[in-house]
Design a protein around this ligand. Structure first.
Ligand SMILES: NC(=O)c1ccc[n+]([C@@H]2O[C@H](COP(=O)([O-])OP(=O)(O)OC[C@H]3O[C@@H](n4cnc5c(N)ncnc54)[C@H](OP(=O)(O)O)[C@@H]3O)[C@@H](O)[C@H]2O)c1
Length: 267
């Protein structure tokens, strides 16, 4: 896999997270190409990661064994114009754009092209991403996509493309739900008399610790919660109040709304 040429169309935030992961895992910068309209951004990526850069999508696409589409969904169709003739016959096209279906990508790039659709999330920026992929293509193409994604976190597969809406609602948008929780906890800590900096640190490190326990323990979230909730204690008082105020319903409805919005955006 380390010999593959991996080309990015679009050199924004998510592309940078994946490039950083690939470089950390030892992928040679000479085998990574990035096309990006902004000169300053190209210079930055070249200086930071020793990757090849170009303003020309076709130039970058023609080298690719894996072509990673990392532009905003609304930029996708124009970014792909004229690229199909440049692609190698067995290229793996990996799209991380929310809401752009495999059938749209086939329409723009050709029916024969091997497409892998991915929903990553922003913790990829710190090497702790959660990605889910869907593909009808051969195993080789899924393995190639996983090679890229696993350089900056964990990746899983879903069996049906329409499950990508639920994935978007859970892990795609999910970091923001935890940020919201941390935001509210911090503000309340300040109200209770802590300094801004201390309350922020307590909330952030608690989120990190709870996340690590969730990811590494073989217990469920519910079991972990019960473990730290002694009857009649402080945690019990908080949880009772949160239930009373409708927190479970609010989270459930929020996640449902994200999934519905994802379906609407997909058209
Ligand atoms: N960020 C997330 O949390 C997240 C999560 C899951 C999926 N995604 C998906 O990841 C994709 C990228 O998101 P992002 O946050 O990395 O966006 P971003 O930072 O805006 O990156 C997109 C980059 O592509 C460049 N670009 C625009 N038009 C182009 C073209 N025609 N050819 C080549 N490059 C072009 C943009 O340049 P300009 O700035 O000059 O326009 C920008 O540098 C999106 O499709 C998004 O749905 C993001």
């Amino acid at each position: 896999m380390q010999q593959l040429t991996i080309s990015f169309i679009g050199g924004g935030n998510m592309a940078e997270a994946l490039i950083a992961g690939l470089r950390r895992s030892g992928h040679d910068g000479a085998n990574i190409w990035v096309s990006e309209p902004q000169q300053s951004r190209r210079d930055y990526l070249n200086a930071s990661y020793a990757v090849q850069v170009s303003p020309d999508n076709a130039e970058v696409a023609k080298h690719a064994d894996v072509l990673l589409l990392a532009v905003k969904p609304q930029q996708m169709k124009p970014a792909l114009a004229g690229l199909s003739v440049e692609l190698k016959a067995d290229v793996t096209v990996v799209s991380i754009a929310a809401g752009i279906s495999s059938s749209s990508l086939h329409e723009w790039l050709g029916e024969h092209v091997n497409i892998v659709r991915v929903m990553p999330n922003t913790p990829a920026l710190v090497g702790a991403g959660m990605s889910a992929l869907f593909s009808d293509a051969d195993e080789l193409h899924k393995l190639r996509a996983e090679y890229v994604l696993q350089a900056c976190g964990v990746s899983v597969r879903v069996e049906r493309e329409n499950q990508m809406h639920a994935v978007t609602a859970l892990s795609g948008s999910g970091p923001a739900y935890f940020f919201l929780m941390a935001e509210i906890m911090k503000a309340t800590g300040v109200k209770l008399g802590l300094s801004d900096a201390l309350a922020s640190q307590l909330a952030a490190q608690t989120a990190l610790g709870a996340g690590k326990m969730l990811a590494e323990s073989d217990r469920t979230a519910e079991q972990l919660r019960h473990q730290v909730t002694s009857p009649g204690g402080t945690t019990q008082a908080a949880i009772d109040e949160m239930y009373e105020m409708g927190l479970p319903a609010a989270v459930r409805k929020g996640v449902m709304a994200a999934s519905k919005r994802s379906e609407e955006l997909a058209g």
